[in-house]
Design a protein around this ligand. Structure first.
Ligand code: NDP
Length: 434
């Protein structure tokens, strides 16, 4: 069905996929079936991923963007077509928690790969649908159950045998962190160290979006993540801290010193497993005073709770409701100034000598917005998701099973990352401050 959407002085002709009503529709087999990609999730990250895939029609010759709210997909598809000239970006509505719906959509479109940039709650249902249809899978955040603010890889690692038997690939955590930080660590381990001993991942957002309080990605997932207890790995054990209990000033390139807080982050779990020489692994993130004050108030008045409360005849989850009134992270880009700086600071041994190493990327919010109409945090997630997808579809990465990104060879990915918009730098034998 064709829909005409008038937007910003342009007319977009959109092909919208209707499912499940239209299940019987069959589609001609493509001459390059490996280049069809289904992107699920039409938020800030979905926008960037769609734009970046559309910039590479030689790999992604047909794109289907599907999400719960199809109007958001249509807007992104229109913008991405206008910006890139890609002729084949289609849209569909899908509930990614409904496996039969996902299976029907995948069977109709027949993508080579599903890029999942909706929410972590949908990881397992989308993996189930990929298994049923024999299609590769890629995501940017590990599974967490809705009713428990907890994330870990065990649920997704449990799919290992089924993906192996089916002969398909699942790529886990291919955003920036997790994602590029894990691939930076893989580069360090492969090229610069015989043994990595100390790993500190440092994540700074020195941007200003002009709102008193907003989150840079999905508010619900973000607030669940940062209000959790801190956790780091030392000498074979996980050490728990109170939320934001440990902090220190860290200097970031082109930004300067920023107060950085130790929090738990998912890539620590797979990195200490895949690099057993690591003695200590920590993750640091910057937060402004204003942000932390708002967060404390939100928590103190119970708005960060995921326990349903009964209100006017219905059950509502306070954090779900809060998400509805906070600024949409996908819409923060317009007046966002400043930049992000995310990287890995590593100490260890090379040829019997101590070595320190820092590898990082800085990304300007304005540049991200100019290119994709999204802010830098969406950009730094969507670019690696597209690059990982390209690795798989061009055969640079592959294999049957479930993989964290550090398990693949880092060089081809890092060669593309700069040209795709996220250039990186490295420095050796410097003071790492940590
Ligand atoms: P948004 O909230 O902006 O977008 C999420 C999208 O998912 C929305 O379009 C939403 O639809 C859609 N969605 C939610 N539930 C369903 C469902 N049941 N079925 C279909 N679609 C659904 O989030 P972001 O774009 O900011 O983040 C996307 C993902 O990226 C998150 O998982 C986040 O954790 C991850 N991320 C990873 C990072 C990394 O570096 N690795 C960094 C930042 C984010 P609707 O519009 O209808 O609500």
């Amino acid at each position: 069905m064709a829909l005409y959407v008038i937007k910003k002085h342009q007319i977009c002709i959109q092909v919208i996929w209707h499912l499940p009503m239209d299940r019987s529709r069959t589609f001609k087999k493509q001459t390059t079936p490996m280049s069809k990609v289904l992107i699920i999730g039409a938020g800030g990250v979905g926008r960037v991923t769609t734009y970046k895939c559309a910039q590479h029609p030689e790999v992604f010759s047909q794109i289907l963007l599907a999400s719960r709210t199809v109007s958001k997909c249509e807007e992104i598809a229109c913008d991405a077509k206008a910006a890139t000239g890609h002729p084949h970006i289609e849209t569909a509505a899908v509930d990614a928690e409904n496996v039969p719906q996902l299976v029907a959509l995948i069977r109709s479109f027949q993508p080579a790969l599903v890029i999942h940039v909706a929410l972590p709650y949908q990881d397992l249902t989308i993996m189930d649908a990929c298994l049923e249809t024999g299609v590769h899978y890629l995501d940017t955040a590990n599974y967490e159950p809705k009713d428990e603010a907890k994330f870990e890889y065990s649920w997704q690692w449990a799919y290992q045998d089924r993906f192996r038997q089916k002969g398909i690939t699942a790529i886990l955590g291919c955003g920036f962190d997790p994602g590029v930080t894990s691939i930076f660590t893989a580069r360090a381990a492969k090229h610069h160290f015989d043994e990595i001993h100390y790993l500190d991942i440092v994540d700074c957002n020195a941007g200003d979006h002009g709102h008193p309080f907003a989150t840079n990605f999905n508010p619900e997932i973000n607030i669940r993540e940062i209000t959790q207890k801190g956790r780091y790995y030392e000498n074979g054990a996980w050490i728990e801290t109170e939320p934001h209990e440990i902090s220190q000033m860290i200097s970031y390139p082109e930004i300067g010193p920023k107060k950085s807080y130790l929090i738990y982050h998912e890539e620590l779990e797979s990195l200490v497993k895949n690099y057993p020489s690591i003695k200590r692994a920590r993750f640091w993130m910057t937060f402004g005073e204003e942000y932390l004050t708002h967060l404390r108030v939100i928590q103190n008045i119970g708005m960060a709770s995921i326990e349903p409360v009964h209100y006017q005849g219905m059950d509502i989850v306070p954090l779900n409701f809060l998400k509805a009134v906070l600024p949409d992270p996908g819409g923060l880009g317009q007046n966002y100034s400043g930049q992000t700086s995310i990287g890995c600071r590593i100490r260890g041994i090379k040829d019997g000598q101590d070595r320190s190493y820092y590898i990082w990327n800085n990304c300007r919010h304005e540049a991200a917005f100019q290119e994709t109409a999204a802010q830098g945090v969406s950009y730094t997630t969507g670019v690696p998701a597209m690059t990982g997808a390209m690795m798989l579809l061009t055969g640079a990465w592959g294999g049957a099973g479930v993989f964290n990104v550090e398990e693949f060879t880092p060089a081809p990915f890092l060669e593309k990352l700069g040209p795709h918009g996220l250039s990186w730098q490295e420095a050796f034998d410097i003071d790492l401050e940590l």
